[in-house]
Design a protein around this ligand. Sequence first.
Ligand SMILES: O=C(O)CCC(=O)C(=O)O
Length: 254
Amino acid sequence: MDMTQVLDDLGVGNDSLTEEKKNELDERGYTVLPGLIGDKWLAALRERFEDLCDKEGVAAGTEVHQEAGTRRLADLVNKGEDFDRVYTNPTVLAAIHHVIGRDFKLSSLNARDALPGEGHQKLHTDWSNDYDGRFHVANSIWLLDDFTEDNGCTRLVPGTHRGQQPSSVLKDAMASHPKEEHLIASAGTVAVFNSHIWHGGTLNRTKDSKRRALHCYFAARGHEQQLNQREYIRYETWKRISRAARHILDVELG
Ligand SMILES: O=C(O)CCC(=O)C(=O)O
């Protein structure tokens, strides 16, 4: 299938994303889409998050990455039907396509919760090189809880997606940046960002507040995935999803 057909099949149209959102992605490197996850779906995703953390215990997240002070999950494509609508959401796909501008695929679908007293990350990008005139990766963060100033929201530095790696410019990538913005938004919001932008998690300063989120991360077609979906895809998932969804995962071979 070609990408035009895939996007069409998944309901992505010219009007899926407003000009304002496209401009924000171009100029600032991220945009915020409130209310994308309806209440019932949100409840189901939260329940699944907790069930998987309980079930997987210390192994949770190992398929991709574990991080001290956080609860992480990985390979969510294969861990419940409620996740099918995440990586095929037409508004998010329109935004990802706008950033990458060519055929792309899912790189990974993971989750992260910064525990109280933990979660601060250095400013980083999701791409290891400086800007080379094209964008190779784009990410979306799906808020399963309200993100507040205190509970470990994401920070982003607008306009840095066309620049160098923060580690080669900043003296201290852990420090707060004068131009950083904090993603303060309600549960159910999705933020899409050009993942060449400088960003990172912040400290959860609360005593007991959760800040669970999904990371639905995409890369241009020619690049390796963060999780090799062909290696991990389960037959029950493959059977359930559409041809267009299989293309997004790059698991069309059957
Ligand atoms: O969850 C967040 O706020 C951002 C996480 C992030 O950038 C990462 O884990 O690389």
